[in-house]
Write a protein that binds this ligand. Sequence first.
Ligand SMILES: [Zn+2]
Length: 399
Amino acid sequence: MEGGVRRMTARPENVHQARILRLLRTDGPRSRAELGDVVALSRSKIALELDRLAALGLVRSDGFAASRGGRRSEIVRLAANLRFLGVDIGATSVDVAVTNGELEVLGHLSRPADVRDGPTAVLDQVLEMVAKLRADGVVTEVHGAGIGVPGPVSLRDGTPIAPPIMPGWDRYPVREAMSQELGCPVLVNNDVNMMALGELHAGLARSAEDFLLVKIGTGIGCGIIVRGEIYSGVSGSAGDIGHIRVDDHGPVCACGNSGCLEAYFGGAALARDALAAARSGRSPFLAERLAEKSALTAEDVGAAAAAGDAHAVGMVREGGRKVGTVLAGLVNFFNPGLVVISGGVAGLGHALLAEIRSVVYQRSLPLATGNLPIVLSDLGGTAGVIGAARLVSDHVFSA
Ligand SMILES: [Zn+2]
């Protein structure tokens, strides 16, 4: 190489270094002695690996721990300049966050966007948001970026595959294009899988190894975490529960089939039903809302239900029953330790949760539900970006 040092993102050189980096990412700063307790290596071997990681610029010293008797142990933490980008492309919004090595969010931008505008427009917007974060000074060098998209993704190619709600994105090389633009490793995955990883890292699933994350937004999907890792299936489409048929004669779905769960209770389905309820006069609340603005959304249904509008309450209950029925089957099949409900429509809140719980506890086997919390996410829209950063950090922190 000529002309000085070319900046390359340092990577761990072996599995021990990779393990130490992931531990420091997930658990935060640790003393050398504590690391020695967790990583089964001799004291001198640990010291050697930590010295290499420091030389690579991946970890730094952060003072000394209180004495456990004898010499005080040096505290080690991830390098201060490590930065990951988490990008969450939704059907109607784009979120970009920058995190440090421990995946704490240092800056987060959220903007409305229509995924149907196609990859060029949406990815340009992502790059603009990254530029804004750079201008704000929260991001300099990026060590990796994770990108979640609202559709099935070929993990081998990093491309969406025939995504029903993303016209124009089929086989678009998202990973390659963005990795070239950002100059760092990029991983692309389904947005629901990213949210599940976010829950695992920073949410209610922190201590769960095997759990399900059900996202009810514009679409409905399920992230499956097995032993702390995403289970994606053979080709990457595991967890696409929105297209499980709940009624042979149901409404037509965006995927072309009819009677899918999503055709009953996704954001689009709720907007459709809200409009019908407003026009027919079955819901005075929604009729009033419709008179104020030209369209209705799932949020309006939530507001109507919260205000006690009987028809809206019925819509939420009916949707909760349908989700619960599918989820009861999944619980019997997978026996998760936890189910987290998330997504925009999950903002319908506790009425929805109560309905889902009641169906699952009724219909799943007692052994599967005996110790099964079903909870609403408390990450408030940051699960997707944290999970995306987590996914790419797994990649960067691997040997
Ligand atoms: Zn469908």
